[in-house]
Design a protein around this ligand. Sequence first.
Ligand code: BG6
Length: 522
Amino acid sequence: MKVSHTVSNHSEDLKESPLFQQPSNGRTRPPTLFVVFGAQGDLTTRKLIPALYNLASSHHLPQEFAILGVDGIPMNTEDFRAKIRRDIEELSPRPIDATIKEWLLDRLYYLSGDFRNPQTYELLQGMLTQLNAAHGTQGNYLYYMATAPTFFAEIVQQLGAKGLVEHRKEYSRRVVIEKPFGHDLPSARSLNQALRTVLHESQIYRIDHYLGKETVQNILVFRFANGIFEPVWNRQYIDHVQITVAESLGVIHRGAYYEKAGALRDMVPNHLLQILSFVAMEPPNTFDPEAVRNEKAKVLRAIEPMNPVDVLQSTVAGQYEAGSVNGSSVLPYRAEVNVDPASLTETFAAMTLGIESWRWEGVPFYLRTGKRLHTRVTEVVIQFKSAPLMLFRKTPVDRLTPNVLVIRIQPDEGISLSFGAKIPGPQVQVGTVDMDFQYAEYFGDAPSTGYETLLHDVMAGDATLFQRSDSVEVGWSVVDPIVKVWESLGSHAIHPYSSGSWGPPEADALLAKDGRMWRNHT
Ligand code: BG6
């Protein structure tokens, strides 16, 4: 992530500004040969190709650029181009610019081969040499692992055996690893070790697509580019923090994966803890990748470890039953495709975490995530402590609410701050009002899959928004003790909730016992 200074006092000024229109914000766009393993998969179709198209439209791709898709499905380059042409046209929510589409398709190639077969890498080596020469990509190879996780280590080691990941001063060799990065601490460690047998840590880009969201990145800008928030961003002023990642969708066609993952593993060690680290980290000295990642790792390491009793008292697992979401009746989780009818997999997880630091001691962080909840919303709620004196005795107590800062990550991206204001009239009465900033209103609605910044950053060699091995491992060390207790409790751990609700009542009780409530949307 590159931070540049702009004068930003009005949206119209911003749009007029030549700086705003400059395609690559002054950053280099190194020639790149982009190799996607898993080129026929959903991720490539729905995210990577559209993100590359968006980057091309905003002039963020270099002229010396090519994409090589690798997958097991037999196909030649011509047919692959035809498939991607159809995908681009059918999946785009906006009109497609034919020139950009053709520019991209002209640079698209395909290699079919089994990821386990060394012969595939033999062929790959030949194609890389040819494409590198044809497109002037100067030996810069970016390998994207968009495959099932079982192939990550295998592919990287096969690339290593062929000498295809040797990073030199003259060129770069980088590898992007998708989530899930392991399924617990031991498996994440062994994947890290396997990768490190052929790669240096600086070549590994562990992606978490939440860090590609502008609103998540903006948490850092909001906290550290504005002088007024930092002084109150601590236990003296903040009562508690809520992080909610709620989805209204069910598991859709991902039952087979989800049965093994569950809400906790799927969302918490990665997305929720990444958001938490941005909210809670200390200010880095610079925006250098290592400075930012050091601070993130420090705060994650300061999360209070949970023993089994803590897990019983501070966590809640749930599973959705039938219900109604956005006016439509939906099936229970156990009736979804590829889901065991007696499944004990959680589709909802909530927990209270503490952070052992001078800044956060005694401030609970309440996290929750789930599928088939009332509405789709991802937000961070910072609830400040109440004013110390009850000066306004005539005000009904329920109106004198504490200040709440809400960082809306999606949808309806923005930030709002609620505060007390005098209700007009002869008596002094206080009501709660909001100051509201909406991204779309200020910055427009740029096409985005969430992957654009991340892909651009890997090409530029900026690892700020990617997870380092220590952060990934500490994420699992927070989650593993919870999984262990939930598994040992079996069906007793899983609290049912109706689809379309805000999760099981036990999640409300988690906050109620501290005298607090979740901020729910109606
Ligand atoms: C993925 C999870 O990482 O994130 C999915 O595997 C989840 O289960 C998705 O639906 C949510 O992402 P977003 O960007 O739609 O909030």
